[in-house]
Design a protein around this ligand. Structure first.
Ligand code: FAD
Length: 285
C-alpha cells in the first residue's frame, strides 16, 4: 500500500467577504500550514462573482510562499477573461489550477454563458494555450453530478475531461466510502487513470451541511442525518459525532488506497486538524 508520504493532502478555502473574515482566514491558514499540506486551493465564483476576492486570497497565500491552486470556473466568462485571470496567476508563480465549469449565480439565467459550456472545454483551452505549465485538477462525483443525464453519461463526461488533459481529480464530498470505491473501480474499467483524490467535508454545522448537500447532490446517509438532527442545537454533540463519522470514513479511504484527501475546510482549522492528527497524517518535518 502507498506510504502516506506519497499521497496528496490539501486544503480548500473560500475567499472571505470582509476584512474581518480575511484576518480570520490568515490565522486559519497559519494553523493549517503548520502541518505542511501539499497545497491550498481557493474557490472562485462562476461569472467572475468572486474574482477580486479570490485574487486577494490567492495573492496573500503566494506572499506567504504557500503552494496555491486557484479554482477557475469557466461558465459565464469569455476566453479573454480566462486569459486575464490565468495571466494574473502566472505572474504570481502559480503552477496548479482546479478547472471547473462552475454554477451560474442564481438569477443570471441562460444568457451570457460565455465561451465554455463544460469543464472539458476549459481544460482543452488551458492545455492549448499553456501546454504543461499547470498541473490541472478537475472535479469528480462519486454520487454523480445532479445535472448528469445518468450515471454512465456522467462517467463518460468525466473521462472526456481527463482526456482533455487533467492530471488528477478531486471528488465532491460524500459520506459513503462504497460510493467512492465503486466510482474509482468503474473509472479503472474505463481506463481513466488519473489519481482521484477524495474530497472530505468535516461535519461541524448540520444546517449548513444539509443546505450544501441539497444543492450539490452529495448525500448525507439517513442514519447520519437522523442522528445529527436529533442533536438539535447541541453543537458539541454534532461536532463530536461528526468527527467520529468523518474520521472513520477517512481511515477507510486511506486503508482502501485513496491517493489523497482534499479537505473542504470551510475556512476553519480545528475540525480538519483534529482529523489530520488522529489519522496520523504526516506533519511538517
Ligand atoms: P462539468 O465537468 O462540466 O460537468 C457539469 C455537468 O455537465 C455534469 O452533469 C456532466 O455530466 C455534464 N457534462 C459535462 N461535459 C458534458 C458534455 N460535453 N456534454 C454534455 N454534458 C456534459 N463551483 C464554483 O462555482 N466554484 C468553485 O470554486 C468550485 N469548486 C469546486 C471544487 C470541487 C473539488 C468540486 C467537486 C466542485 C466545485 N465546484 C465549484 C462546483 C462545480 O462547479 C459544480 O458542481 C458544477 O455544477 C459542475 O462543475 P464541473 O467542473 O464538475 O462541470
Amino acid at each position: 500500500m502507498t506510504d502516506l508520504n506519497d499521497r496528496t493532502f490539501s486544503f480548500e478555502l473560500f475567499p472571505p467577504k470582509t476584512d474581518e473574515g480575511m484576518d480570520k482566514l490568515k490565522t486559519t491558514v497559519q494553523r493549517l500550514n503548520a502541518v505542511n499540506p501539499r497545497y491550498f486551493s481557493c474557490t472562485y465564483g462562476a461569472g467572475g462573482s468572486t474574482r477580486e476576492r479570490t485574487f486577494a486570497t490567492v495573492d496573500w497565500l503566494r506572499e506567504q510562499d504557500i503552494d496555491t491552486a486557484p479554482h477557475l470556473a469557466c461558465i459565464g466568462s469569455e476566453k479573454n477573461e480566462i486569459r486575464d485571470i490565468v495571466g494574473h496567476y502566472i505572474d504570481k508563480g502559480i503552477n496548479r489550477l482546479v478547472a471547473l465549469r462552475g454554477d451560474m449565480p442564481s438569477g443570471m439565467g441562460r444568457t451570457g454563458l460565455g465561451t465554455f459550456r463544460y469543464a472539458n472545454e476549459l481544460v482543452t483551452f488551458l492545455r492549448e494555450e499553456y501546454g504543461d505549465r499547470f498541473t490541472i485538477e478537475v472535479a469528480a462525483y462519486p454520487e454523480f453530478h445532479p445535472q448528469a443525464r445518468n450515471a454512465r453519461a456522467d462517467l463518460e463526461n468525466f473521462k472526456r475531461k481527463v482526456e482533455a488533459g487533467a492530471d488528477a481529480a478531486i471528488t465532491q464530498y460524500f459520506y459513503s466510502a462504497e460510493a467512492y470505491f465503486w466510482f474509482v473501480e468503474e473509472c479503472q474499467r474505463m481506463q481513466i487513470e488519473v489519481p482521484i483524490v477524495a474530497g472530505i467535508m468535516p461535519i461541524s454545522n448540520y444546517s449548513q451541511l444539509a443546505r450544501f448537500s441539497d444543492a450539490c447532490g452529495a448525500e448525507i446517509p439517513r442514519w447520519i442525518r437522523k442522528r445529527l438532527e436529533g442533536f438539535g442545537d447541541d453543537k458539541e454533540s454534532i461536532r463530536s459525532f461528526g468527527h467520529d463519522v468523518v474520521l472513520e470514513l477517512c481511515q477507510r479511504l486511506l486503508d482502501g488506497g485513496t491517493p489523497g484527501l482534499h479537505f473542504y475546510t470551510m475556512n476553519q482549522s480545528a475540525p480538519t486538524l483534529k482529523l489530520w492528527r488522529e489519522l496520523g497524517l504526516p506533519e511538517a518535518g
